[in-house]
Write a protein that binds this ligand. Structure first.
Ligand SMILES: [Zn+2]
Length: 608
């Protein structure tokens, strides 16, 4: 070694690639050539595919692209899918092919080997850590320049296995999120030792029945909640299947499978949650309901607030299924702005809800945010001078400013009886959870006619259909015209993830105008498209926003409800009066770059 040589840092020499092969990323041209040489696809098909692929660039992994290309095997004519392609490549490179089994991965330790950014950039994911060897899955088997780095860092030998690029990407997101949650749970001090899934799984496989108070079970239930809060889940499903248990989360309205585990573990978790929810742990053949209040971990988005969950069990063919609905603690404190009301509708809604009497209906399918809107509105109205009474099924959030009553069908306390009793409680404002029958509708009308402001919900597609629904229930049009002062239809759309969304030049102003004709957009026009990152679990969306369509029944509108109901005219009059249809509200959010046209078309009805 020369003493005066300039300080040049030489990277460690990369290990030789598999015999006779270059080093680097996979290339689709090369893969097609290999498929042809190996006789997997015909020369014809190879040529066709090269011509097709050459016309456009793709950011897809070449194996994924080939798997989607509709290729068929030359020998059998059978379709060639991603899994077969991955297996073939593994054989060709003389490397093991491995399907990733989440139960076998030491989730708590993957992050010790490499960071998420490192893993994503190299398309690699550590699967297991032995005393001398680490098994790492990759979907870029010929790119091994990073291997010496990891070997030096961990002082272990790296064993590379090939995994499907789709599985690899999915589990990378999953495991790093999970590892983060587990670390956070450890830091919060509750879980002294790490949640080792291997141990837990072993526990589940042994014949020893698991107890609801077992330390492992206690920890994994804590982990489950931590993970659910971190992922902003609204519901947790624990589902028994034939051979194993499945945990799914509903996030931004969509279910995601997050874990599969032995039935023994799932049953023990269900038992522990029932115990905490003061439900009958022994009873497994009848449906049960319960509630739990738990403190959100300080590290999560819920910042140590109390989190309330509604529990529900149901016997199924393979055992007891449990669903936990997580109530958002922010529910009652949202301003109209935070709910997603534009300035125009916020003003109209405030005007309507400050009236002394009448019926205001909120409509939309289940999960469209009706309860949040109602709670937020009532909370603003519930001053010291006003008595706000509710009759609900169920009470989704306890609000000290209201007098809340739960419907109890077994005690003959339905919505209609509930309103009847509330009327004797000297109320000013009444909220009836839902109008499902004529009797409840009549009670609501009675209350409105005697000087009360009544809020309720209906399941209808848009605002004007609420009037039709009341007529269908048997309410005479003159009573509707005399009492209903406004109908708010609403939907929730997923909002684009701000961490990864990108400018979208394929959505044109013309395309938006076509969707909302005869309305037109004014103001800014900057559409964005979803991409996908760890923040949003690769979905491109994070969080939801409300869309609103507010029908205020003025004099002219009332005249087309009674004596002859005419919904077409009602919609025309409402539009002149300032109503913006749901789809218009959505398209405005597309133009602002908050959501996408696809999302709006999926969740809003056509304006008739
Ligand atoms: Zn994102």
């Amino acid at each position: 070694m020369k003493i005066n040589s300039p300080a040049v840092v030489t990277p460690p020499a990369p290990p030789p690639p598999a015999a006779g092969l270059r080093s680097g990323r996979l290339d689709w041209r090369e893969l097609i050539e290999w498929l042809r040489v190996d006789g997997i696809i015909s020369a014809d098909e190879a040529q066709r595919t090269v011509r097709r692929f050459a016309t456009a660039d793709s950011i897809q992994h070449p194996l994924v692209r080939l798997g989607n290309a509709g290729l068929s095997q030359a020998s059998s004519g059978k379709p060639l899918d991603l899994e077969m392609l991955t297996e073939w490549l593994a054989k060709r490179l003389k490397m093991p092919y491995q399907r990733i089994d989440p139960l076998k991965v030491d989730v708590g330790r993957v992050a010790e080997v490499m960071s998420i950014n490192y893993a994503e950039a190299r398309r690699a994911l550590p699967l297991s850590i032995g005393t001398t060897e680490i098994t790492i899955a990759t979907s870029e088997p010929m790119d091994r320049r990073w291997v010496p780095e990891i070997e030096a860092h961990t002082r272990k030998t790296v064993k590379l296995v090939i995994a499907s690029p789709v599985e690899l990407q999915r589990y990378t997101t999953e495991f790093y999120s999970l590892a983060k949650s587990v670390r956070a749970a450890q830091k919060s001090g509750e879980a002294a030792s790490s949640v080792n899934f291997e141990q837990l799984v072993e526990l589940g496989k042994s014949n020893r029945p698991l107890d609801a108070n077992d330390q492992g079970v206690v920890q994994v239930v804590d982990w489950l909640w931590q993970y659910a809060f971190d992922q902003r889940a609204s519901d947790i499903h624990l589902e028994p299947r034939r051979d194993l248990g499945v945990i799914r989360f509903r996030i931004d309205g969509v279910l995601h499978t997050v874990y599969q585990l032995p039935m023994g573990v799932l049953n023990a978790m269900t038992a522990r949650i029932k115990l905490l929810g003061r439900m009958d742990v022994v009873e497994r053949r009848r449906p049960q309901d319960g509630r739990i209040k738990t403190r959100g971990p300080g590290t999560s988005t819920m910042k140590g607030d109390e989190v309330e969950m509604r529990l529900s069990t149901l016997p199924t063919a393979f055992g007891e299924k449990m669903v936990m609905r997580i109530f958002d603690p922010d529910t009652t404190v949202k301003s109209l702005d935070a709910l997603g009301f534009g300035a125009h509708d916020a003003k109209r809604w405030s005007d309507l809800t400050s009236r002394a009497n009448g019926i205001i209906l909120v409509t939309g399918p289940t999960g469209s945010g009706k309860t949040t809107t109602l709670y937020s509105t009532l909370k603003r109205l519930a001053t010291d001078e006003v008595n706000v009474c509710t009759i609900e099924d169920p009470i989704e959030m306890i609000e000290p400013a209201f007098n809340q009553t739960q419907v109890q069908p077994n005690l003959d306390l339905g919505f209609a009886e509930g309103v009847r009793s509330l009327m004797r409680q000297d109320p000013d404002i009444i909220m009836v959870g839902e109008i499902r029958d004529l009797e409840t509708a009549e009670m609501a009308i009675q209350a409105a006619l005697t000087g009360h402001l009544v809020f309720s919900t209906l399941h209808t597609n848009d605002s004007a259909s609420a009037i039709t629904r009341l007529i269908d229930l048997g309410v005479p049009p003159y009573l509707i015209s005399a009492t209903v002062i406004g109908v708010l239809a609403q939907r929730l759309v997923r909002t684009l993830c701000v961490a990864c969304k990108q400018s979208d030049d394929t959505t044109t102003l013309d395309a938006l105008h076509e969707v909302i004709a005869p309305w037109r957009l004014s103001g800014s026009f900057r559409p964005y498209k979803p991409v996908g990152c760890l923040e949003c679990r690769m979905t491109g969306y994070r969080g939801r926003a409300g869309l609103y369509e507010l029908l205020a029944l003025n004099e002219a509108a009332r005249a087309v409800v009674h004596p002859v109901p005419d919904m077409v005219k009602l919609r025309q009059i409402a539009a002149t009066d300032g109503l913006k249809p749901l789809r218009m509200a959505g398209v405005m959010k597309v133009a602002e770059g908050v959501t996408t046209l696809e999302e709006v078309l999926r969740s809003t009805p056509v304006w008739e």
